[in-house]
Design a protein around this ligand. Structure first.
Ligand code: PEP
Length: 251
């Protein structure tokens, strides 16, 4: 049985004060929630303060990005070790905004993923097709390319610490959620891909989140799909009420 995992990607939102306000509301409400793993991914500047606010709660901390080098002349970047130092357990890698706005390639994603694993951070690796790719029936080709590119050179053992998030780009921040059937079809495809490359035991244990306009009113039907093990939430993670609504919709 795979544990449900709900992660909130706050993107470039919230000052430290605003971040602390939001987590205070969340941690009180979540103190009795034991059956869902909850992760929040604030901006870098808020990570350390938020880590103290969630100490002892069942909320875990994640970052939104990292660079693969440990230290040095890489202006503006942050290493896996630095994220550990700020008390992060998780890190998002290859979010579509990183791929599309900042031109991150599969090779970047792969190097970041290896750096995260080496530092014992739990990576959430994002994959997903753009609208024009779906319209050209290229969805499965894109997903295969993203998944195999990201996981290149990894072992079956590495896979036990990795989460994959399927996020169709056309559903991110648009209010246009994938239908449960569309999402399930891709999730099953990813699981089969993992089974073919790393074995069926690894594939069965792999958690695959769906992301793209997840809200309290659509989570139940999504999470009911056999291969959907949680959600990566953007907009709805910025307010306690909607993020809590999503978590509670999984119980
Ligand atoms: C995201 O940014 O990962 C995301 C899924 O955003 P939203 O929930 O706002 O579509």
């Amino acid at each position: 049985m795979r544990r449900t995992i709900i992660a909130g990607n706050w993107k470039m939102n919230k000052t430290i004060t605003e971040a602390l306000d939001l987590v205070r509301g969340l941690s009180m409400e979540l103190k009795d929630v034991k059956d869902v793993d909850v992760v929040i991914c604030p901006v870098f500047t808020a990570l350390y303060s938020v880590s103290h606010e969630i100490e002892g709660s069942n909320i875990k901390l994640g970052a939104q990005n990292l660079f693969w080098e440990e230290k040095g002349a890489f202006t503006g970047e942050i290493s896996a070790q630095m994220l550990k130092d700020a008390n992060c357990d998780y890190v998002l890698i290859g979010h579509s905004e990183r791929r599309n706005i900042f031109k991150e390639t599969n090779e970047y994603v792969n190097r970041k993923l290896k750096a995260a694993l080496k530092a014992e951070l739990l990576p959430i690796v994002c994959v997903g097709e753009r609208l024009e790719e779906r319209q050209k029936n290229e969805t499965f080709d894109v997903i295969r390319n993203h998944v195999t590119g990201a996981l290149e050179g990894l072992s079956a053992d590495d896979l036990k610490d990795i989460i994959i998030a399927y996020e169709p780009v056309w559903a991110i921040g648009t209010g246009q959620v994938a239908t449960p059937e569309q999402a399930q079809e891709v999730h099953a495809f990813i699981r089969k891909l993992i089974a073919d490359n790393f074995g069926s035991e690894v594939a069965e244990k792999l958690r695959i989140q769906y992301g793209g306009s997840v809200k309290p009113d659509n989570i139940k039907i999504l999470i009911a799909q056999p291969d959907i093990d949680g959600a990566l939430v953007g907009g709805a993670a910025l307010k306690a009420e909607s993020f809590l609504g999503i978590i509670k919709g999984c119980l």
